[in-house]
Design a protein around this ligand. Structure first.
Ligand SMILES: CC(C)(COP(=O)(O)OP(=O)(O)OC[C@H]1O[C@@H](n2cnc3c(N)ncnc32)[C@H](O)[C@@H]1OP(=O)(O)O)[C@@H](O)C(=O)NCCC(=O)NCCSC(=O)Cc1ccccc1
Length: 215
């Protein structure tokens, strides 16, 4: 996988803006208790929006089937925005409305970031769903691999849930690639709240035997 560095700010075009709005829509659907008349009105608006978009649905091979951006020249990632190379990711993609609010950046040989989970991602009361936490770790560990020079497939992901990870509070993200041995990549990551670890993870990622199998 040939990631290359790019300079400048990532452009937030209409595609990212409309996805941000759709994310807010998901939040409103998940958290509001609107009367039937309002739900019917909202449904009509949504059907109109779906009718507008449907003719532009892409099928088969192409950018829409991968979280990695084949429409981003060179699969570029930015030092201050590691999610740039996976805009369609369900975990961090700004062109995917199901993704929670996540930023990740490079800090030397480590990945740092911040996440804020709305009630859309709730599991236990006031807490982030454990499966969502695992998904974020998968992405975070992958980013630690990316900045080490290559990203393999997740082979084994081990998550330890130390305490509840709260909703609606900034969650500090951290990850590092410890070592690469042959085709194996070993990485660690943590989520912290006010400096306290709420969850940690270890990942063993496997680089493909041939370049044609790259993730
Ligand atoms: C590629 C591989 C993981 C391994 O297959 P092969 O290449 O044929 O492996 P081979 O048999 O040649 O063994 C080589 C060495 O590796 C070891 N080893 C092998 N497997 C495991 C293991 N599971 N766990 C631990 N170790 C394992 C094995 O013992 C051997 O060790 P040895 O040399 O004897 O010491 C394959 O099973 C697969 O595709 N799985 C599905 C992966 C998948 O779907 N993941 C989720 C989606 S990706 C994602 O989400 C990340 C992402 C996010 C965003 C964007 C981008 C990425």
């Amino acid at each position: 996988m040939g990631f290359k560095e790019q300079g400048g700010e990532s452009e937030k075009g209409l595609i990212e803006a409309v996805n941000e709005q759709a994310g807010e829509l998901i939040h409103l659907l998940r958290c509001s208790r609107a009367p039937d008349s309002v739900l019917a009105e909202a449904t009509a608006h949504l059907q109109a929006a779906m009718s507008s978009l449907a003719p532009y649905l892409e099928q088969g091979e192409g950018w829409s089937v991968a979280s990695i951006a084949s429409d981003t020249p060179g699969l570029g990632w930015l030092e201050n925005d590691l999610t740039h190379c996976m805009p369609y990711s369900p975990v961090s993609g700004r062109r995917n409305p199901v993704a929670p609010s996540i930023r990740m950046w490079r800090d030397g040989g480590e990945v740092r970031g911040e996440a804020l989970f709305s009630a859309t991602y709730a599991g236990p009361p006031n807490s982030v769903h454990g499966g969502v936490i695992a998904a974020v770790f998968d992405e975070l560990l992958s980013m630690a691999n990316v900045i080490s020079g290559a990203a393999g497939f997740t082979g084994t992901l081990t998550v330890k849930y130390h305490r509840h990870t709260p909703l609606q509070q900034p969650i500090e993200l951290w990850a590092v690639n410890d070592r690469n041995t042959g085709r194996k990549q070993f990485s660690r990551a943590e989520m912290r709240v006010d400096g306290e670890v709420t969850a940690s993870a270890e990942g063993l990622f496997i680089l493909p035997a041939s370049a044609s199998d790259e993730p």
